[in-house]
Design a protein around this ligand. Structure first.
Ligand SMILES: N[C@@H](CCC(=O)N[C@@H](CS)C(=O)NCC(=O)O)C(=O)O
Length: 218
């Protein structure tokens, strides 16, 4: 039995949740936010979510978790088999995280927490994220899944990373890289219709109001 710790409001948590469901694992969830409690730090050394606990011990960092899940359960694969193809999958996973999620996150989260974010920071983030979208579009034509007909971790990570670029789009007028990337809207719809993705999205929607409430003025 695998224990997943975190919250479905986290897009990294949802990546792991989707993988667990897609691969048919037996798992339980323990809901927690990121925190610096010594007990949690012994499982997730940065205090970030998600982390998992398995028979052998604990594991954090979503990419490491996803690859571990792939290694222990190969009946339903979410990575291609060959070394080059596998590396292409990792390439897209990294690009979505480094060039879409992270630059967007730097301004979206402070704004969500009602902190002042200079317009220049928002513009810089948008510029970086635009480059990320253009780079991803050079690697795939979105005609079915990102790597062809096999649904993979690349799809999961990019799909979940868009949860950070979406609110960035909302912060700027006339900037919509997702809509402007040919094929992406249809791909996104396809991914969103998968049972595991729908379950993760629904869990996020359910948990979001309580998460947002903590930032409301009392
Ligand atoms: N690189 C980590 C990132 C995880 C992450 O940043 N999670 C966020 C929630 S979406 C978090 O725990 N943030 C709290 C923090 O950064 O201290 C992973 O892939 O798991």
């Amino acid at each position: 039995m695998i224990t997943l710790q975190g919250s479905p409001v986290s897009n990294y948590y949802r990546m792991v949740l989707i993988a667990l469901i897609e691969k048919g694992f037996d798992f339980e969830e323990i809901l927690t936010g990121p925190n610096q409690n010594p007990e949690y730090l012994s499982l997730s050394p940065m205090g970030k979510i998600p982390c998992i606990q398995v028979r052998e011990g604990s594991l954090c960092e979503s990419a490491a978790i996803l690859e571990f899940l792939e290694d222990i359960q190969r009946d339903i694969t979410l990575m291609p088999g060959g070394p080059y193809e596998k590396a292409k999958c990792r390439e897209l996973m990294r690009m979505a995280e480094l060039y879409i999620d992270l630059p967007a996150r730097r301004v979206v989260l402070p704004r969500l927490m009602k902190q002042q974010v200079p317009d220049s920071d928002v513009a810089k983030a948008a510029q970086e994220v635009s480059r990320g979208f253009a780079a991803v579009a050079r690697l795939t034509d979105f005609s079915n899944y990102l790597l062809g007909d096999q649904f993979s971790y690349a799809d999961i990570v990019l799909y979940c990373s868009l949860a950070l670029s979406d609110p960035l789009e909302g912060m700027l007028k006339d900037w919509s890289p997702a809509a402007d990337t040919p094929g992406m809207a249809d791909w996104r719809q396809r991914v969103s219709e998968r049972h595991a993705v729908r379950a993760a999205d629904e869990a996020c929607q359910k948990a979001m109001p309580a998460f947002l409430a903590q930032f409301e003025d009392s």
